[in-house]
Design a protein around this ligand. Structure first.
Ligand code: NCD
Length: 339
């Protein structure tokens, strides 16, 4: 097991932080999906609230822009009955020169139980969980180009609810693989869940070197890459992470890799189309496909709330168990001293 998976789990193997699916086992990912399924049911009820996080404080710390992820995390925490604070970092003391560490220590002093963290540095959430506030449950809401575990898992939830078992599926991930934290975690999660045919489709300039070592195939030709697939996941060009020009032009990119109705016909007739958002119409996807009957793009947003409720409730429960175990250990040690 990798060190991040150990860091994510209690001694009894329960989730206490969620930083990446990498290193977690199939059983754990399936438990997350099963729990999320039950929250999809809650989300369809008239009253959408459950008391699992009542009396707990969740702080959303978004150091990077976000619309969907931030709002669905906030809604998920509220539906779990937590007290929720969403910090706009641009107006917080961090922008007055307070260091990240000081901000976090102050938030911990307010007895926060969970931090949901999005940061432009790869490894930020991991660092906080390991070095800064180990007794606060950390949920990674995207760190640099490294990981975005709740997005990957809500994508797995979408696939499982619409396609069933992962083993027989052919899944294509199309576009800017190099800069995508979503693609990395999708690959980890698909592999752990048993998917055998994972195809990465895109130009060489956007394909990380040696990615085949992750047990995936790479394709520069879009038509053959998506041929016969059950699931097509489109990615946005992450221009904010591109230091130089990786592409001739947006028009050229759309001609070669844009998902059009004609191209979609290469996939299985019942293939589903996904995208983490934000979508760029006419660059990676045609409107007719994004708004068409095979598109799952808005379903993904709804499943995101259920998946985030699942991960937050599981990590909070693991964190509480860990705190209890530590408290028991301290009291038995002080008992030994007295005796
Ligand atoms: C993704 C992200 O932020 O990494 N979006 C998201 O979380 N909904 C992908 C992207 O920004 O393109």
């Amino acid at each position: 097991m990798s060190s991040s998976s150990n860091l994510q789990l209690t001694k009894d193997g329960e989730l206490r932080h969620f930083l990446t699916p990498e290193g977690l086992d199939r059983l754990m990912l399936e438990r997350i999906l099963d729990t999320a399924d039950s929250f999809v049911v809650v989300g369809n009820q008239e009253i959408k609230k459950v008391p699992l996080l009542r009396g707990r404080t969740v702080v959303n710390l978004f150091f990077e822009n976000s619309t969907r992820t931030r709002s669905t995390f906030e809604l998920a925490a509220k539906r779990l009955s937590a007290d929720v604070l969403t910090l706009d970092i641009k107006t917080s003391a961090t922008s007055k020169g307070e260091s990240l560490l000081d901000t976090l220590q102050n938030l911990r002093a307010m007895h926060s139980d969970m931090f949901v963290v999005r940061h432009s540095d790869s490894g930020a959430a991991h660092f906080i969980a390991e070095q800064v506030t180990p007794n606060v449950a950390i949920i990674n809401a995207g760190d640099g180009r490294h990981a975005h575990p709740t997005q990957a898992m809500l994508d797995m939830l979408t696939i499982r609810r619409h396609k069933g078992h992962f083993e027989p599926l052919s899944v294509a991930i199309v576009g800017d693989i190099s800069h995508s934290r979503v693609a990395r975690d999708q690959i980890h999660a698909l592999k752990i869940l048993g998917c055998k045919d994972i195809r990465l489709v895109g130009p060489n300039t956007l394909m990380p070197q040696g990615i085949e070592n992750m047990g995936v195939s790479t394709h520069n030709n879009m038509d053959s890459g998506i041929s016969g697939t059950d699931v097509i996941i489109m990615l946005r060009l992450q221009t904010e992470r591109m230091a130089s020009a990786f592409l001739p032009s947006a028009g050229e990119y759309f001609r070669l890799y844009g998902l059009t109705t004609a191209r979609l016909a290469q996939a299985k007739p019942d293939a589903i189309v996904m995208h983490p958002g934000p979508i760029n119409r006419g660059i990676e996807i045609e409107s007719a496909v994004a708004d068409g009957p095979q598109s799952m793009i808005l379903n993904q947003v709804g499943y995101g709330i259920a998946l985030r409720m699942a991960v937050m409730s599981m990590a909070m429960s693991g964190q509480m168990q860990q705190r209890q175990a530590q408290a028991n250990q301290t009291s038995s040690l002080s008992g030994e001293k007295k005796a």
